[in-house]
Design a binder for this molecule. Sequence first.
Ligand code: 5GP
Length: 242
Amino acid sequence: MEKKELINSGKVKSVFTTDNEDEVIIEFRDDMTAGDGARKEVMNNKGAYNAVISSKIFKILEENGVATQFIDLPEPNVMVAKKLEMIPIEVIVRNIATGSLVRKYPIEDGTRLEPPIVQMDYKDDEYHDPMLNDSLIKALGIATQDEIKILTEKALKINEVLTKFLKDAGIILVDFKVEFGKDKDGNILLGDEISPDGCRLWDSETLDMLDKELFRKGKDDEVMEAYIEVYNRIIPDDEKVI
Ligand code: 5GP
């Protein structure tokens, strides 16, 4: 399958058209960014690790009834996916309070959140991804009340499946961000990626960080080691391609 026209170049991924108008090719680049793209570094093979991790997670989710855009991973850093019209909402699920939650609200870092918090942010770096509520989502014309309900239910289902999958790999799913889009028939599918770029993952025993938070904290020399640790724990040996 050949890349044709570049249709979107994001901070870490490039999306191309293909011969099939219902599909896209998503190339995971080696860029790593923080602060709405203000800081950017190139990390060796990061794109491939994220693409393989994300593909594995999307396959696990599909097996558990969550529809995703994933079709195939023909090369370690290249995903073939269903073409979606993305909904500009970052759906965030939090199982443990940390990050922006404890910076903005009087909740102690490390507090377990039961039930989990589902939060929706407007995906727009120019506005620094401000938090939304149902009225804002409707006023901005981003989604209907029914669609907000679907996004919430899907995000919670993803949380349930992934929490268990990662627990078996000795990883605590602290929080994560997902994005959804609509296929040509209007079905809402999970899109984008689920990787250490958009999740907080802690080692179950040591509570060491295994995700992009290391980069956000300036620990650039530790971050790839953490991504590779996640890869080694969740990708069985006979599926390893890097
Ligand atoms: P926080 O709001 O605490 O900074 O982030 C909550 C969770 O959502 C974290 O797992 C973080 O990685 C993810 N997240 C929130 N916003 C973004 C974003 O713009 N890009 C990425 N990659 N992840 C995000």
